[in-house]
Write a protein that binds this ligand. Structure first.
Ligand SMILES: [Zn+2]
Length: 220
């Protein structure tokens, strides 16, 4: 299956992307990974992206699109892929359509992870990360450490990343509403959008997503 995953920050998109890609046996293509890989391999696109990032500017769509194209042409993506973080605006969605048309393939579904705004803010702003290891993640409400501010795993100090402050989250949500949400309407016009709630335990959300994708696939 060829899937685009969309959802606001805090909907657990990254987590679900990894799990869904594994279950569906397709590569998970995230823009974050694409940027890191291209920059560390010092590809032309990577160098270009880095020059924008170093100057504190947004990487232009053409650069992101180029990286996504290269990645989708790898052999492991021949039978499908799950795109995460791309497309992030209508211009990128149109570019993706053109790329797929050139290859004579099409998307099967756009999975829209829905999350109420207040819940998203609560989820992100409550996140606490260990200074020793960023994979030690807690949440003041949903996954509290035994002792406040102290990592259960290694005893390190827990802190809130700047990105996770309520103000930053609200700003990221605004960007999502204005830039990314319009692609949902864009894909609705193509009959591709499958919307599921991202509320509840991670496993349940994965099962919900797989069920919805299976029904969508069967309906084709
Ligand atoms: Zn720790």
């Amino acid at each position: 299956m060829r899937i685009v995953l969309v959802g606001p920050p805090g909907a657990g998109k990254g987590t679900q992307a990894v799990r869904l890609a594994e279950k569906l046996r397709i590569p998970h293509i995230s823009t974050g990974d694409l940027f890191r890989a291209n920059i560390s391999r010092q590809t032309e696109l990577g160098k270009l992206a880095k020059s924008y990032m170093d100057a504190g500017n947004l990487v232009p769509d053409e650069v992101t699109i180029g990286m996504a194209k290269d990645r989708m042409e790898q052999p492991d993506a021949a039978n499908g892929f799950l795109l995460d973080g791309f497309p992030r605006n209508v211009a990128q969605a149109e570019a993706l359509d053109r790329l797929l048309q050139e290859e004579n393939i099409r998307l099967d579904a756009v999975l829209d992870l829905e999350a109420p705004e207040d819940e998203v803010v609560k989820r992100i702003a409550g996140r606490r990360i260990c200074r020793n290891d960023s994979s030690h993640v807690f949440h003041v409400t949903y996954n509290a450490s035994r002792e406040e501010g102290v990592c259960d795993v290694c005893g390190g100090e827990l802190y809130q990343r700047d990105d996770d402050s309520e103000d930053t989250v609200r700003k990221r949500l605004e960007v999502y509403h204005s830039q990314t949400e319009p692609i949902i309407d864009y894909y609705k016009a193509q009959g591709l959008v499958v919307t599921i709630s991202s509320m509840g335990p991670v496993d349940e959300v994965t099962q919900r997503a797989l069920g919805a994708l299976k029904r969508e696939d069967a309906a084709r």
